[in-house]
Design a protein around this ligand. Structure first.
Ligand code: CP
Length: 313
């Protein structure tokens, strides 16, 4: 579901259908927030009087914390609703929870949920702007935006870049959002992994599918590794972590197949020694910590953009 224009302009639910004309200005705004963050000169009044509620039904370190930081840096009142200690545990439904938060007149709801489509459902029931912070295997739009910003900062362009997204693509909302965004911006996107985790059906999203790292990494400008999401797997999808690393782990030898100075990315959390070797994760080619930094800037841009011109609740 597209955002920032048309019927769903007050929500960010996904990137599928967004155009370069919508993405580039958002990345420009995020870049300006990245610079302001570094100089500690963020204007504190952008979200003054606004209330942001983080509603995370799944675990998170980076996304929840960076939305909290983003909201606070821009002057919002930020509440982290602890789902583990909420009335969800007494059987309250997602929609009743939404109605309750709606009655409290929140301006922004940032939602992570295990079910694909849960933030979109919620968006139909509340007055607040809803931001999808990751839903099932569907989308994780702010992650893809921060990935794109990181790539643009290093490569200066998208057109013609070859990006290899490697690993557990099947269960990855990050991969889907990155595919939508990066193909829209003109990148050549490859998905690389075992057939159990990289089904050929992905070709319909406009990507090339590879089942060996040796083929998929050759000539890549960006190598994006994904976490093995064992919590979403049925048994038998991978033999063992050690076997997986042997065939699909990113180590220095495999990275050397990509273009010289190829960027190494990972959305986190990383499983070191499972999908990525520490020598690569911590190398000069790794931009993994910069991805985290850009996450705050991108979320500031999204919160700013969604609320601009809207009356407070
Ligand atoms: N990349 C990402 O979504 O990380 P968290 O699960 O820590 O938020």
């Amino acid at each position: 579901m597209a955002s920032f224009s048309g019927r769903h302009s007050r929500h960010l639910l996904g990137l599928q259908g967004m155009t370069p004309d919508q993405i580039e200005p958002l990345l420009d705004l995020a870049e300006s927030y990245a610079l302001l963050n570094r100089s500690r000169k963020v204007p504190r009044d952008v979200l003054r009087g606004r209330t942001l509620i983080n509603l995370f039904f799944e675990d998170s370190t980076r996304t929840r914390t960076s939305f909290e930081l983003a909201g606070k840096r821009l002057g919002a009142d930020v509440i982290n609703m602890s789902v583990a200690q909420s009335s969800v545990n007494k059987g309250e439904t997602l929609l009743d929870t939404a109605a309750t938060l709606n009655a409290m007149q929140a301006d922004l709801l940032v939602v992570r949920h295990s079910q694909s489509g849960a933030p979109a459902l919620l968006a139909q029931k509340v007055e607040a702007c809803v931001v999808n912070a990751g839903d099932g295997t569907h989308e994780h739009p702010t992650q893809a935006l921060l990935d794109a910003l990181t790539i643009r900062r290093h490569c200066g362009r998208f057109a013609g870049l070859t990006v290899a997204i490697c690993g557990d693509v099947a269960h990855s909302r990050v991969a889907r959002s990155d595919i939508h965004l990066l193909t829209t911006m003109g990148c050549k996107v490859r998905v690389v992994g075992p057939p159990t985790l990289v089904p050929n059906g992905f070709k319909s999203l406009g990507v090339e599918v590879f089942h060996t790292m040796e083929e998929g990494l050759r000539g890549a400008d960006v190598v994006m590794m994904l976490r093995l999401q064992r919590e979403r797997m049925s048994s038998g999808q991978i033999p063992s972590a050690r076997e997986y690393f042997r065939f699909y782990g990113l180590d220095q030898r495999r990275l050397a197949l990509a273009n010289k100075d190829a960027l190494v990315m990972h959305p986190g959390p990383m499983n070191r020694g499972v999908e990525i070797d520490s020598l690569v994760a911590d190398s000069d080619q790794s931009v993994i910590q910069e991805q985290v930094e850009m996450g705050v800037a991108v979320r500031m841009a999204v919160l700013d953009r969604l609320t601009r011109g809207r009356h407070s609740a």
